[in-house]
Each structure stands twice: as structure tokens, then as C-alpha cells.
Design a protein around this ligand. Structure first.
Ligand code: FNR
Length: 372
């Protein structure tokens, strides 16, 4: 269908399914085991209801905000998703361009299909980008990646901590990853041959170091001045530890349901993190010094506004952008951002919030959030 008939982010998923290769669909859409967390990520937002305010002058609205000190036209960012060229020959470049058009921030994945420098070179002057980091056993490589990123102007380093091993995504495993470049896998390395026969995710996962732990974080702080954020925190205890270690924030995320099935949704964890860090450290959220982010299952501006009301600084969106550019290239990614922009305008006017600061805790009822 023409883009003008694509009315919301859900539409892109249905279209992508019919136009993408089976392999790309399997890798992008899949999640761990029985995909219960995948479903829950979106369902959790259905348990949060608004408490709208009326009779405020809502003629002028502003939904722009600041994320880790960087301006963003909306309280969202494009989160990191690997292997962007499975869906479209231009891969992540589609997202760099759409992010520039709309003044939002793109998080570049370690395992992007385009090279890191290509994506940084493609950014417009003043366009902010973040980097998602998978930590490799070879810390010299990591140090080089991190310091190169800082030199190239990356504004935040998101260390993925929910993937010491990649989750079991059976839809993806059933698609043999035969199209991988045979030269990259040495014939006598049996472990990698096994990986190859089990889908895209497994073919790329041998890169990750499962020994990564809290004691490694001071080293990261010593090699960079970029804000450090842990991506994939799933309970308040770990958020508290991150705060106590002086990190810039955490992403409450279960990796789009692709890691541990039955991990809770980010927005549910957000409620407990705000409560416990308030009680134990006297923090209030949103908080400039320790920023909370959420991702997973966000498909509407109303989802985003619920997370903002509960204390998040911004929300990450993954698959909808993959589906949008896989189906329509950069126009699709632009259209996805236009849909969100229009939804912010409508939702904030009806909610009675003229700017993001006015989206406050009292505007949501999250009392049912823990009732699955
Ligand atoms: C991801 N995600 C991810 N996260 C990460 O830290 N490094 C990565 O390489 C990837 N790769 C990746 C690939 C694909 C195809 C998907 C769908 C997701 C997780 C991603 O950053 C984010 O946590 C979720 O995608 C958010 O959920 P939604 O918006 O996709 O529902």
C-alpha cells in the first residue's frame, strides 16, 4: 500500500511481513522461547491508564526534550538493532537519514551492517548519535572502539548487559544462516559451523564476552568521558548498583523479548526502580544525573507518554523502524517518525500536557501494572 495508507506503527509490521525475505522476517520479528516476554512488552502498556486534565490552554504544544544533554524533537530514540541490511540494502543508513530529518537520536549497534564510520559520516552537522556496545573478550579492541567512538563525537555509550549469551530464537534458528560469507568462518572451527546452521543471531553471537561484570565498569569509566549507560537492566537492585557506581543511566529493557523469556517488561520495572531509588537514595524522576530509559513493545506516542509520566527520560523504539525501512526505505522510516510526531500532538493535547515537563506522575494510573 502507499505510505499515505500506513496509519500507525503496527501497520508497518503487517506490511513488512509480506514484503521482507523470510530470513529477514525471522531475524527481526523473533524473540526467545515461547515469546511470552515479547507479547508482554506491549501488553504491559495496556495496564496503564491515563488521568487526563482538562481546560488548559493547549493551543501551543512542545514535545521536544533533552536526552543525555542532547536535544531531541521527541522523547524517543531509535534503539540499536543488528544486521540492518537483512531488510534493505541501505541498512542502518536509512535510520541515520530519517533521524537527521526529524531531529531524533539514533543508537548505532556494534553489529550494524553498515560500518560505524559510514553511519557517523552520514550524520548531518549537529546530529547526535549514541553507540551500543557488545563487549568482546579482547579489551584492547573494546578500548579502541570506545575511544574511536568518543573521538567521532558519539554522545552516549550503551553497554548491553542482558546478553552474555544470545537468547534462543527458534523462528530465527529454523532459518539456516547459509548466506553468511563462507570466508568468515574457518572450515575447521566446529563451534562456528554449529552457529552457522542456527540462524542469524547465533552466527554473530560468539563475539560476546560472558565474563563481563560489575568490576569491569570502573575500567570503562577510565577509558572514556562519554556518558555510560547499561542497556538491559531488569530489576531495581541492578539499577541501584548502576547509580551507586556513578553511571549516567540505565535502559530498563529485555532486549525486545529476545533474551530471557519471562523477563518483565521495561515499563513494569520502571515502576519499581522509581519507587526504590526514591526510597533508598532520595531520587526523583525524570532525573538529569541518572536517566532512566525504557524500551520494548512501544508502538504509540501514548505508550511513550505513559513511560515519561512514570519517570523515564526517553523511550527506545526498535522493530517498527526496521519494518518501516525494510518496506519503504528511508521514506518509511521518515513516515514512522511523522506518525509518532502526529500522535504526540494529539495525545498531549487530549492529556492536557503542553510540554514534556507537564507529563507528570499524576497523569497515569499504574496501579494494575503488576497484575499479569
Ligand atoms: C535488537 N536489540 C539489540 N540490542 C542490543 O543491545 N544490541 C543488538 O545488537 C540488538 N539487536 C537487535 C536486533 C533486532 C532485530 C531486534 C528486534 C532487537 C534489542 C533492541 O535494542 C531493543 O531492546 C528492542 O528492539 C526493543 O523492543 P522493540 O521496540 O523492538 O519492541
Amino acid at each position: 500500500p502507499p505510505l499515505s495508507e500506513v496509519l500507525n506503527l503496527h501497520d508497518f509490521e503487517a506490511i513488512a511481513r509480506s514484503v521482507m525475505t523470510e530470513k529477514a522476517w525471522a531475524y527481526y520479528s523473533s524473540a526467545a522461547d515461547d515469546e511470552i516476554t515479547l507479547r508482554e512488552n506491549h501488553a504491559a502498556y495496556h495496564r496503564i491508564w491515563f488521568r487526563p486534565r482538562i481546560l488548559r490552554d493547549v493551543t501551543q504544544l512542545d514535545w521536544s526534550t533533552t536526552i543525555l544533554g542532547q536535544k531531541s524533537s521527541m522523547p524517543i530514540y531509535i534503539t540499536a538493532t543488528a544486521l540492518g541490511k537483512l531488510g534493505h540494502p541501505d541498512g542502518e543508513l536509512n535510520l541515520t537519514k530519517a533521524a537527521a530529518n526529524h531531529g531524533v537520536i539514533q543508537m548505532i549497534p556494534t553489529l550494524a551492517s553498515c560500518s560505524f564510520d559510514e553511519l557517523v559520516d552520514a550524520a548531518q552537522p549537529g546530529q547526535s548519535q549514541f553507540l551500543q556496545l557488545y563487549v568482546n573478550k579482547d579489551r584492547n579492541i573494546i578500548k579502541r572502539i570506545v575511544q574511536h567512538a568518543e573521538k567521532r563525537g558519539i554522545k552516549g555509550l550503551f553497554i548491553t548487559v542482558d546478553a552474555p549469551q544470545l537468547g534462543r530464537r527458534e523462528k530465527d534458528m529454523r532459518m539456516k544462516f547459509e548466506e553468511a560469507d563462507p570466508d568468515q568462518v574457518s572450515k575447521n572451527d566446529k563451534s562456528k559451523e554449529v552457529d552457522r546452521s542456527q540462524g542469524a543471531a547465533r552466527a554473530i553471537s560468539s563475539f560476546i564476552d560472558p565474563s563481563l561484570c560489575w568490576d569491569d565498569l570502573p575500567w570503562f569509566k577510565s577509558i572514556t568521558k562519554m556518558p555510560l549507560i547499561l542497556k538491559g537492566v531488569q530489576c531495581w537492585e541492578d539499577a541501584l548498583e548502576a547509580y551507586d557506581q556513578g553511571l549516567a543511566g540505565v535502559v530498563l529493557s529485555n532486549h525486545g523479548g529476545r533474551q530471557l523469556d519471562f523477563a518483565p517488561s521495561g515499563v513494569e520495572v520502571l515502576v519499581e526502580v522509581v519507587e526504590k531509588l526514591g526510597a533508598k537514595r532520595g531520587l526523583t524522576f525524570p532525573n538529569e544525573k541518572f536517566q532512566l530509559f525504557v524500551d520494548g513493545g512501544v508502538r504509540r506516542a501514548t505508550d511513550v507518554l505513559k513511560a515519561i509520566a512514570l519517570g523515564a527520560t526517553a523511550v527506545g523504539i526498535g522493530r517498527p523502524f526496521l519494518y518501516a525501512y525494510s518496506s519503504y526505505g528511508v521514506d518509511g522510516a521518515n513516515h514512522a517518525l511523522e506518525i509518532l510526531r502526529d500522535e504526540f500532538e494529539m495525545a498531549m493535547r487530549l492529556l492536557g500536557a503542553r510540554n514534556i515537563k507537564e507529563v507528570v506522575r499524576d497523569m497515569v494510573d499504574a496501579s494494575s501494572i503488576h497484575q499479569h
